[in-house]
Design a protein around this ligand. Structure first.
Ligand code: FEO
Ligand code: CA
Ligand code: CA
Length: 642
């Protein structure tokens, strides 16, 4: 999400960039191995496709199967898409979600209005059929996460982010609570592609106040109990929902990430001090909520924050259903939750913990998924594991099971609830590999490989490099590729060990130390800070970035082949408006449309509601920038990218 985008403001949210892992040091063995290894050894013969310096290439053609005319990089108040394609606005912050939503009036916004309107800072999006298991027809459901709020861009007269924090009112906090969560809306096809449909029966707003159920090993745990919920089994709302995923039975998995923004005040429970510190909790968070809402104040409710930081499952087909926090999947700063099925039918969910020096995780269900009769509680039992990368090109999934290895009562792990609530601390003890901010981790159905987006990590020192994070002061990030046994036809995503390699190292070829792509990557085709990704039907990867402008280029979407002569030849397809990152990418199964979530437009230094750096997408006087979901189609009805 947000990092270093407003570097002049000390109150800028910098959560993911402030590491809380106390000892992210590589072993001497890893350092030596890295020093003597060559990419070829790590990549197992794939290096040839990556080798060589970048050079000037024509804007069209080349070895890539993606034939669209590449976009030219630019910094601009508005966005742009590759020639031949059309971009269309689907829904903006403040647009109606429920039938009784009032018209958007940003100068007189209320919590009651916001609770019925599209929320702020859309991140993960999913496009689902109107009934589970059916193909996408003339109508569909669009889900969007609302990750966080830019107070000073949402309300007039608040100034900078740090000024907004001290000036904001209790009423504005209530609006922010309603601007979090997620939205479900009906969309429909017309002659030009997709547009928002009138509010339908399934339209729904989830907010930071929606009642939810807690299931799995942490349900009822003493650290989950509060004055409002003495049983520790019910919670109000979800927070900081970043990326996510779906399940084979048609539900949405939405992931709580930087929940520490919301909690503040002094913690007086010494038994939790280390656990909360490891999660990044502080007395003075970026949000002002704890000054107004008691449950976000750690002095008054020391346990409330333990009830956030989970993967939440939501049934979009039952508007009355309670969302469920599935605690078996662990508690950390969850980026996403993308599934693949193992050959025996067990469901495997890949997850990143997005903070500098944190880890890549996986959850494998105890039982297979049965398509004929899905078990709706399949995610309550299984094995959570964390990744350790070795210098010899192998990696191992280390299980987080109470009683095994160091996860004993002596170390504070008396039951599996202790393990999942403190998943980071458990993973520290197991010797997981500290990564450069793991964001999306997604399996490519076409080649069976798994792609790990590692955004960046400027804090990594030369002494802290390891084979999977080979650059010190990694300003631009990289993409790691996991290769399960049995690829490409029968990948075993539940295997204990896999091979791995580097897919690309971001940055500008020739300018940034160690940037590596296909040799034909153009001056437009380099990227920085890979965050989210999606695959089209041919297995090509579409990478959305979140550099926060630190790379000097706009964020956007780059597409590349993953196999063949065009492997890792990234090409610029979409450029975001200033201040925005690009999230979500969601591609329809027939490649006819690419849905994108454009998050925090106008989040630049010095930008505010009253003097924004852009008024995208409305460009109407007095209207602030509005986070929005857009859809891109080919103008001639062809597949995107052609
Ligand atoms: Fe919310 Fe990891 O970006
Ligand atoms: Ca992001
Ligand atoms: Ca993200």
């Amino acid at each position: 999400m947000i990092h270093a985008a407003i570097p002049t403001d000390p109150m800028d949210f910098d959560s993911e960039n402030t590491p809380s892992n106390p000892a992210p040091r590589a072993t001497i063995g890893e350092v030596i191995a890295e020093r003597y290894s060559r990419r070829g050894a790590l990549l197992g013969g794939l290096a040839a496709a990556l080798a060589g310096p970048a050079g000037a290439v024509p804007m069209r053609g080349g070895p890539s199967t993606l034939t669209f005319p590449e976009l030219r990089q630019q910094l601009a108040q508005t966005d742009a898409v590759a020639e031949g394609h059309e971009s269309r606005l689907l829904i903006r912050w403040g647009d109606p979600v429920l039938p009784d939503a009032p018209a958007f009036d940003p100068r007189r916004q209320t919590a009651a209005a916001q609770a019925r309107q599209f929320g702020y800072n859309n991140d993960f999006i999913a496009v689902l059929p109107m009934r589970p298991g059916e193909p996408i027809g003339e109508r569909a459901l669009l889900w969007a996460n609302h990750e966080y709020t830019n107070t000073n861009l949402m309300f007039p007269g608040l100034g900078s982010p740090s000024q907004a924090r001290t000036r904001m009112t209790a009423e504005q906090v209530e609006v922010e609570l309603m601007a979090h969560g997620g939205s479900l809306v009906e969309i429909m096809r017309d002659g030009r592609g997709w547009k928002l449909a009138p509010p339908g029966r399934l339209n729904r707003r989830i907010t930071a106040t929606t009642p939810m159920r807690i299931s799995g090993p942490a349900a009822g745990h003493p650290w989950m109990r509060t004055s409002a919920d003495p049983e520790g089994r019910n919670v109000l709302g979800m927070l900081a929902n970043c990326a996510g995923g779906i399940t084979p039975w048609g539900t949405i998995l939405t992931c709580e990430e930087n929940i520490n923004f919301a909690f503040g005040g002094a913690l007086h429970d010494p038994t939790q001090a280390e656990s909360q510190r490891r999660f990044g909790m502080t007395d003075t968070p970026p949000y002002a909520w704890h000054r107004f809402v008691q449950r976000f104040n750690r002095t008054q409710e020391p346990n409330e924050s333990n009830r956030f930081g989970w993967v939440v499952e939501i049934d979009p087909y039952d508007p009355e259903s309670l969302p469920v926090k599935r605690t078996a999947l662990g508690r950390f700063k969850h980026e996403g939750a993308a599934y693949a099925l193992a050959p025996d039918g067990r469901m495997v969910i890949y997850m990143g913990d997005d903070q500098r020096f944190d880890y890549v995780y996986r959850f494998v269900t105890a039982r297979p998924h049965n398509p004929a009769n899905p078990d709706r509680n399949l995610l309550d039992e299984g094995t959570l594991s964390v990744a350790r990368f070795e210098a010899d090109g192998t990696m191992r999934w280390l299980p987080l099971i109470q009683g095994s290895g160091p996860l004993t009562p002596e170390n504070g792990f008396h039951n599996q609830g202790d393990v999942v609530i403190q998943a980071r601390r458990a993973a520290d003890l197991l010797g997981a590999t500290p990564m450069d901010r793991p964001e999306d981790v997604e399996a490519n159905p076409a080649n069976g490989r798994v792609y790990v987006m590692l955004t960046n990590n400027a804090n990594r020192t030369a002494a802290q490099v390891n084979p999977a994070n080979p650059r010190a002061e990694n300003a631009h990030g990289h993409v790691v590729e996991l290769i399960p046994p049995g690829v490409p036809d029968r990948p075993d995503h539940a295997a204990e060990t896999m091979r791995w390699g580097l897919f690309l190292r971001a940055g500008k070829p020739g300018m940034d130390a160690g940037a590596e792509y296909h040799r034909a990557t153009s001056d437009q085709g380099w990227l920085s800070s890979p965050d989210n990704c999606a695959f089209d039907s041919k297995g090509r990867i579409w990478i959305a970035t979140d550099s926060g402008g630190a790379a000097g280029i706009a964020d956007g979407v780059w597409a590349a082949d993953t196999v063949g002569g065009g492997r890792a030849l990234t090409r610029l397809f979409y450029q975001a408006p200033t201040g925005a990152e690009v999230c979500g990418p969601w591609i329809l199964p027939d490649d006819s449309a690419l849905f994108l979530a454009i998050q925090h437009p106008g989040q630049n230094a010095g930008s505010s509601f009253d003097a924004p750096s852009t008024r995208w997408p409305d460009f109407a006087e007095g209207m602030p920038p509005r986070p929005s979901v857009i859809v891109i189609t080919h103008g001639e009805g062809r597949a995107i990218g052609s």
